[in-house]
Design a protein around this ligand. Structure first.
Ligand code: 5GP
Length: 191
């Protein structure tokens, strides 16, 4: 018997909100979830692996795929390109996996335009003060980049109501369970 097509999930949250940590847990707990690996022109952070966290590409390579219409969506965020390669997402959906697009708001809006009924989740920090604290504690960026990302975060949060679900990441376990429950609810609607 062939497997039912998977669900596409738009998953957005500002930098430092902890969406990566939530995602790791989701992948551990639900074997049917896959995360789409994006292309980016930003430099890898310490510990990031090419092909796992991102496909790290040059600006020329990125633009070549734009010209070939190879992106489901793409955006420039804090001076770098980020984009979702179409083919890998399509293949995983066909195989029956629920595919998460962990992307920022501009790309999120493009995806909503293409798929108006998409399951969309916006992860929020408990407050902007806490977000700033988390970003500083993470210490993966210099001060200027942190300031840029905080400004960006405020802008992004103003779009939260465009998403079907808002999940506050106050306590990791709670946020993970809430998202698993959302998936379950949406899955049942498709039956
Ligand atoms: P970071 O540099 O912190 O890894 O990512 C910066 C922002 O870009 C995050 O909000 C992340 O979710 C988003 N992002 C990652 N991949 C993509 C993508 O393929 N498309 C878009 N539009 N945003 C992405």
């Amino acid at each position: 018997m062939s497997k039912k097509r998977g669900m596409l999930v738009l998953y957005t949250g500002s930098s430092g909100v902890g969406k990566g940590t939530i995602m790791k847990e989701l992948l551990k707990r639900d074997p049917n979830i896959r995360l789409s690996v994006s292309n980016t022109t930003r430099e890898p952070r310490k510990g990031e692996i090419d092909g796992v966290h991102y496909n790290f590409v040059t600006k020329e390579e990125f633009e070549k795929l734009i010209e070939a219409d190879g992106y489901l969506e793409y955006a420039v965020y804090c001076d770098n390109y980020y984009g979702t390669p179409k083919k890998q997402v399509e293949d995983m959906l066909e195989q029956g996996f629920d595919v998460f697009l962990e992307i920022e708001v501009q790309g999120g809006l493009q995806v909503m335009k293409k798929y108006p009924d998409i399951l969309s989740i916006f992860v929020l920090p408990p407050s902007l003060e806490i977000l700033e604290k988390r970003l500083r504690e993470r210490a993966t960026e210099d001060n200027e980049t942190i300031e840029k990302r905080l400004k960006e975060a405020e802008k992004e949060i103003s779009f939260k109501d465009r998403y079907k679900y808002n999940v506050i990441n106050d306590e990791l376990e709670e946020a993970v369970n809430k998202i698993l429950k959302i998936l379950h609810t949406e899955e049942n609607k498709r039956k």
